[in-house]
Design a protein around this ligand. Structure first.
Ligand code: F6R
Length: 242
């Protein structure tokens, strides 16, 4: 795993955006896997800036989001549909038919998840997947467990994730208790992966990832089997601070 250590969140965001922009320049109809949460917001800001400067074009880019709360309406400001529209899709020329986000209102989560994996396959897989990391080491919403689901699936969120994400909701009670998420195999099939981590609250998860064996109780350690992962993190997450 290659590590790009950054001094600031701005530097982290610019480095991540530079790699995404290069992917788009190299393959204008590339398939991107995208994450939500606080960490990639700066990267999306920078991508929008590059788009407005005429440096990248999203016309033929296809996107698949990692996950969505369940149940949730796409109009809910806390939904990942809303997030993506606010931070990227509504601000660049991504074609709506090329944007794929799991439907948090489906009555049939299993069929929704199977169809999502099949659609990724039919697009010849994900070229570049962006990931954040949970404080407990989750990626997507693959939570620590004694076994991990490989394909896209519905999952219960852990107390720690519900608490961490409560900052985005009016109250902890309004955080959905479940989510639909790409599975570990879906993520690992991506040709390249960029993992973003910033802030001291991510330090434990990042150091477990870098120093420990593969362990389903720290789902991010599964990334160790992938040949092309770049971790872009700040010094607080890395633990390299005075
Ligand atoms: C979001 C996702 C999650 C987040 C993780 C970190 O699509 O899949 O795994 O990446 O919870 O979230 P932040 O960036 O808010 O700390």
């Amino acid at each position: 795993m290659r590590v790009i250590l950054c001094n600031t969140y701005e530097e982290l965001s610019k480095n991540a955006a530079k790699l995404v922009a290069s992917q788009i320049c190299l393959k204008p109809n590339c398939v991107l896997g995208l994450a939500t949460g606080a960490t990639p917001i700066g990267m999306y800001e920078e991508l929008v800036r590059l788009y407005n400067a005429g440096e990248i074009d999203f016309k033929d880019v296809v996107t698949f989001n990692l996950d969505e709360y369940y149940p949730i309406s796409p109009d809910n400001p806390q939904s990942y549909h809303y997030f993506m529209n606010q931070h990227l899709c509504g601000r660049v020329n991504l074609a709506p038919e090329n944007v794929h986000i799991l439907n948090g209102e489906t009555d049939d989560p299993e069929t929704e998840c199977d169809a999502f994996d099949a659609l990724i396959e039919s697009c010849d897989g994900i070229d570049l997947q962006i990931l954040g990391i949970g404080r407990n080491g989750h990626i997507g919403f693959n939570e620590p467990d004694d076994a991990l689901n490989t394909s896209t699936h519905i999952t219960d969120l852990t107390e720690s994730t519900i608490e961490a994400n409560a900052r985005f909701f009016d109250s902890i009670e309004s955080v959905p208790k479940q989510a639909l998420t790409m599975g570990i195999a879906t993520i690992l099939k991506s040709r390249k992966i960029i993992l973003l981590a910033n802030g001291k609250e991510k330090h434990d998860a990042v150091s477990q990832l870098l120093t420990e064996e593969i362990d389903t109780e720290v789902p991010a350690t599964m990334l160790k089997v992938h040949p092309d992962v770049v971790l872009i993190c700040d010094r607080e997450a890395y633990g390299d601070v005075d």
